[in-house]
Design a protein around this ligand. Structure first.
Ligand code: HEC
Length: 126
């Protein structure tokens, strides 16, 4: 019975944190997101995904994917939670709770790019 107002307060608090981070300039990502290295250094999909991540995701997930309002990606969780990359595309399209839905915000190509960046670069950071 009292679960609803509490959840609303949580969402409001998270939104306030996001607004605060945005107000600090650069979407809270003063450090730029890591460039791909090695075989992926010139992969156009991963490079494009880095731009999408910096613009749309770093505010909540951290510029290096270290986490913040949203969970870290540096612990390999994406490969565990989404063995198939297309499941991760579906998740990002639909959102969940505080995580916004990005269908209609990002094109299918951009969704695939940002998912590739998160899996190939941010998942392997320590
Ligand atoms: C307003 C903050 C916010 C923004 C912006 C945001 N996320 Fe999230 N994200 C979250 C939160 C909070 C969760 C945890 C959702 C849950 O499980 O309830 C999450 C979860 C996720 C997960 C699932 C992680 C897992 O292993 O379960 C993925 C993948 C993800 N986000 C990708 C993205 C991508 C890609 C973007 C940018 C296009 C993005 N997020 C932008 C807040 C955000």
């Amino acid at each position: 019975m009292s679960a609803r107002p509490r959840r609303a307060a949580l969402v409001t608090a998270a939104a306030a944190i996001v607004a605060l981070a945005a107000a600090c300039g650069g979407g809270g990502s003063s450090a730029s997101s890591p460039l791909p290295t090695g075989a992926q250094a010139h992969d156009p999909t991963v490079l494009a995904g880095r731009k999408v991540f910096s613009a749309e995701c770093a505010t909540c997930h951290g510029s290096g994917g270290q986490g913040g309002v949203g969970p870290t990606f540096n612990d390999g969780r994406l490969l565990r939670d989404f063995p198939n990359p297309s499941d991760q595309v579906t998740f990002v399209s639909q959102g969940k709770g505080v995580m916004p839905a990005f269908a209609g915000v990002l094109t299918p190509t951009q969704l695939a790019e940002v998912v590739a960046y998160e899996r190939k670069v941010l998942s392997k950071r320590r």
